[in-house]
Design a protein around this ligand. Structure first.
Ligand SMILES: Cc1cc2nc3c(=O)[nH]c(=O)nc-3n(C[C@H](O)[C@H](O)[C@H](O)COP(=O)(O)OP(=O)(O)OC[C@H]3O[C@@H](n4cnc5c(N)ncnc54)[C@H](O)[C@@H]3O)c2cc1C
Length: 323
């Protein structure tokens, strides 16, 4: 069993900023996320979009904000456990013991839940059921990985069109396949993609994936019959499902799918704090900016619980340098 000062559940913007903040308070952290990449909703749903309401940045692209948060947290070298779900919570006396999906257990000074909408999973591509090879992705965290590839994007929402727009210039070819002829994506984005070298196939579905060990082609069934299309990578942008998962069994006081917290961001469970989209209190606003503030409040209050001699106020981060 490992010992840790703070186990942070969720590597979205709130959890990443909490990891920085805990490090700043001299606390060791492990950051756990069920998704394979940090960034929470930003990475999963809108890495290419500009965000205009993060303090200090008139406009910042989603992926750049996540990269900056990871860099900032990296100042204090948190341990990341990505692609791993946080599971059961037990207590040894008043010490929380957190079990992870990979079997690892942590005795924690405090647990900070920054789980957003809960564990979210990409909706699977039905045609991928029988294909065991590589080349099917549900996120594109690094656009460069898809450079010079024939890319088939499946879906008709914002993510599908964002990927199409971002990849049009760098991929060898981009084909967007959607089973309807109407799109859920913003009309302006759809119009922009129509002007790019992107083949859009409507009323069509990927019905078979062809390849030996990795994707080489797909069969697409559409109004004109079945066609075979060269493909190096399939981006399945079919949306996500989310639920509280194991957190729902912890005995937390919940309001629908949110965790009730007080003004210290403390939950009803000893040494368990929560922040970001997952919390509820009167007047709660679900934004990146509020998650950042709540992360700081939660970590400073956790610091006092972990070490009763510690001060609630952390001092100023600018305090160490006269430059
Ligand atoms: C399309 C879109 C556009 C948006 N635009 C803006 C905007 O312009 N400005 C703005 O302020 N906000 C915007 N938002 C909202 C913003 O993204 C959220 O407020 C923010 O992501 C919340 O951050 P979070 O860290 O609290 O949660 P999330 O980003 O949801 O991250 C939570 C993480 O916790 C993980 N997790 C949950 N449970 C577990 C578990 N048991 N084990 C392991 N991991 C777990 C999840 O996998 C997830 O990665 C937008 C949202 C969407 C969908």
């Amino acid at each position: 069993m490992s010992e840790i000062d703070v186990a942070i559940i969720g590597a979205g913007p709130t959890g990443l900023f909490a990891a920085y903040y805990a490090g700043f308070r001299g606390l060791e952290t492990v950051v756990i996320d069920a998704l394979p990449e940090p960034g929470g909703q930003i990475t999963a749903m809108y890495p290419e979009k500009l965000i205009f309401d993060v303090a200090g940045f008139p406009a910042i692209r989603g992926r750049e904000l996540v990269a900056s948060l990871v860099e900032q947290a990296g100042t204090f070298s948190p341990t990341y456990k990505l692609g791993v779900q946080a599971g059961a919570l037990a207590y040894d006396g008043d010490v929380p013991v957190l079990s992870l999906g990979d079997g690892e257990e942590y005795r924690c000074g405090a647990v900070l839940i920054t789980g957003g909408m809960g564990s979210f999973k990409p909706r699977p591509l039905p045609a991928a059921d029988t294909f065991t090879g590589e080349g099917i992705v549900y996120f594109v965290p690094h656009l460069a990985d898809l450079a010079d590839k024939d890319v088939v994007i499946v879906g008709g929402g914002d993510s599908a069109f964002d990927w199409a727009m971002a990849l049009a210039d760098i991929a060898t070819s981009v084909t967007l396949v959607h089973r309807r002829d109407k799109f859920r994506a913003h009309a302006a984005t759809v119009d922009r993609v129509r002007e790019l070298p992107v083949q859009i196939l409507v009323n069509s579905q990927v019905t078979k994936i062809i390849g030996n060990g990795c994707v080489e082609a797909v069969e697409i069934s559409g109004p004109d019959g079945v066609r075979t299309q060269k493909a190096g990578v399939i981006v399945a942008a079919l949306g996500f499902t989310a639920d509280l998962g194991p957190l729902a069994t912890w005995g937390l006081t919940l309001d629908k799918r949110h965790i009730l917290v007080d003004s210290m961001m403390a939950t009803n469970l000893p040494r368990v704090f929560a922040a970001g989209d997952i919390v509820e209190y009167p007047g709660k606003v679900r934004l990146i900016a509020t998650g950042f503030g709540e992360a700081a409040t939660a970590v400073n209050n956790a610091a006092v619980v972990i070490n009763p001699d510690a001060h609630l106020f952390p001092g100023h981060s600018s305090g160490g340098s006269a430059e």
